[in-house]
Design a protein around this ligand. Structure first.
Ligand SMILES: *[C@@H]1O[C@H](CO)[C@@H](O)[C@H](O)[C@H]1NC(C)=O
Ligand SMILES: *[C@@H]1O[C@H](CO)[C@@H](O)[C@H](O)[C@H]1NC(C)=O
Length: 364
C-alpha cells in the first residue's frame, strides 16, 4: 500500500532550500579566490615581437657579443641592472651612491633599466640620478604567484639586449634589494680581473649566477601547481628546478631566455594554486639547467633570509636590525663568491643604511 503520510524527504528538501542562500553567502568566504586572468593574447604577441628582435640582434651579428669586437672598439663590457618593481624604488638614494660615477669612474660600465608596474607610479625622482624617465621600459602589470613576473623579467632582458651590445651581464633586482658591496667590487668580481685584456680572453667562459635547486620539500607541489601532467612533455618532473628569482645572467644566457618559447608555453599557464606556484622561481633555473647547466654557478649573489618565513615571504629587516655587523654577516657565503645584494628590507631602513653607506657598505 502506498503511504499517505508526508514523505520523510520533504523536511530535508526544505532544509536544503533554506541552505542555498547561506551557501551563496558563505562560499566566497570559504573558497579561495579564483586564479587571476591569464596573460592576454595581445600582451603575449607584443612580448613575442620584442623577444624576436632581441634574439635576432645577437644572431645576425654574433661578433657584437664577442670580446674581440669589444676590444677593437675599446669599449669595456657593461653590467645591465634590471630593476623589477611594483612600488616606489625606496632604496634609489642608496643605489645612486652605489652607481656613483664620480668616485668609481664607472659611468660607462653599467646601464639601468626599470620595469615598474604601470598601475603604480613609483617615486624615484632624484635630479641628475641614474633612474631617469628614459630608463623606464614599456611595462605591464605584475602579480605575485603568476607568470607576469617572468614576462616582466624577460622584457627587461630583451630591452637591455637590444639597447646596448656591450651589456655583458644582466643583474635582476627588486625594490627590496640593497647592495652589500661597491659597484667596483661587483664589477671586478664578475669580470674577475682588473685588466681588460684578460677579461676579454675569459669572456666566453663567464658563468651565470643563478640558483638551481633540485631537492626541496615543496618541489612536487610547485610542479603540479598548474594541474597534474600539465608540464610534460616539455618539462618532465626530473628536469624541474627551483631557485631564487634574482640572478646575474651572461649575455649568452639572456639570449637563451628571451629566445625560449617551448618552456614558456607551459610556465605561462595559469596556476590553479597560486600559493604553491611562483613561476619566477622555476622558469629560469629549469630552462638554464636544461640548456647549459655547466654555464651556471647554481648559486645566486642575492642573500635572502628564509628563517621563520611567513606566507612565502622571507624575513624582512627593520631599522633596529640594521647594523655594520648585519652587512658583514649578509656578505658571507658558502660559495666561491660573497653575496653582493640582500633582501628584503623595509623602506624605513633607508636612513640607517645611508648613514653607513660610505663607511661600511661601499668600503671594500
Ligand atoms: C634571519 O632571520 C631571523 C628571524 O627570522 C633572525 O633571527 C636572524 O638573525 C636572521 N639572520 C641573519 C643572518 O640576519
Ligand atoms: C653555510 O653552511 C652552514 C652549514 O650547512 C650553514 O649553517 C650556514 O647557515 C651556511 N651559511 C650561509 C651564509 O648560507
Amino acid at each position: 500500500m502506498i503511504s499517505s503520510s508526508p514523505s520523510p524527504l520533504i523536511p530535508i528538501i526544505i532544509l536544503l532550500l533554506l541552505c542555498i542562500p547561506t551557501l551563496f553567502y558563505l562560499a566566497p568566504h570559504i573558497l579561495p579566490p579564483p586564479p587571476p586572468p591569464p596573460i592576454t593574447f595581445p600582451d603575449e604577441l607584443e612580448d613575442l615581437t620584442l623577444f624576436r628582435r632581441a634574439t635576432v640582434v645577437d644572431s645576425i651579428n654574433p661578433s657584437k657579443s664577442k670580446p674581440k669586437r669589444l676590444g677593437s672598439t675599446n669599449l669595456k663590457p657593461k653590467i645591465a641592472f634590471l630593476f623589477l618593481t611594483n612600488s616606489d624604488l625606496q632604496f634609489a638614494p642608496l643605489w645612486e651612491i652605489f652607481f656613483d660615477t664620480n668616485s668609481s669612474k664607472s659611468s660607462n660600465l653599467f646601464n639601468v633599466y626599470v620595469h615598474a608596474d604601470p598601475t603604480v607610479n613609483p617615486k624615484v625622482k632624484i635630479p641628475g640620478g641614474v633612474f631617469t624617465e628614459d630608463r623606464f621600459i614599456p611595462a605591464k602589470q605584475t602579480r605575485r604567484g603568476t607568470a607576469t613576473l617572468v614576462a616582466a623579467a624577460r622584457r627587461l632582458l630583451a630591452t637591455a639586449l637590444l639597447d646596448d651590445p656591450n651589456n655583458a651581464f644582466f643583474t635582476l633586482v627588486s625594490q627590496h634589494c640593497i647592495p652589500l658591496h661597491s659597484f667596483k667590487y661587483f664589477y671586478d668580481t664578475l669580470f674577475e680581473v682588473n685588466s681588460h685584456q684578460v677579461a676579454e680572453l675569459r669572456h666566453l667562459k663567464y658563468k651565470s649566477f643563478i640558483e638551481i635547486v633540485s631537492k626541496d620539500q615543496f618541489i612536487l607541489d610547485r610542479y603540479n601547481a598548474r594541474g597534474k601532467n600539465v608540464m610534460v612533455p616539455e618539462v618532465p618532473f626530473d628536469k624541474f628546478r627551483m631557485g631564487s628569482q634574482f640572478f646575474t645572467l651572461t649575455r649568452r644566457h639572456a639570449v637563451v631566455v628571451v629566445a625560449d618559447r617551448r618552456l614558456w608555453k607551459k610556465f605561462r599557464l595559469n596556476c590553479l594554486r597560486p600559493n604553491s606556484c611562483y613561476p619566477e622561481e622555476h622558469y629560469f633555473p629549469t630552462l638554464l639547467s636544461m640548456k647549459d647547466l655547466k654555464g651556471c654557478t647554481s648559486y645566486t649573489l642575492t642573500r635572502v633570509n628564509w628563517t621563520d618565513s611567513v606566507d612565502g615571504h622571507p624575513h624582512t629587516y627593520y631599522p633596529n636590525e640594521v647594523s655594520k655587523e648585519l652587512i658583514y654577516e649578509l656578505r658571507k657565503s658558502n660559495f666561491t663568491k660573497p653575496y653582493m645584494f640582500a633582501r628584503k628590507f623595509s623602506p624605513d631602513c633607508l636612513e640607517p643604511l645611508m648613514n653607513m653607506a660610505n663607511d661600511v657598505i661601499f668600503r671594500d
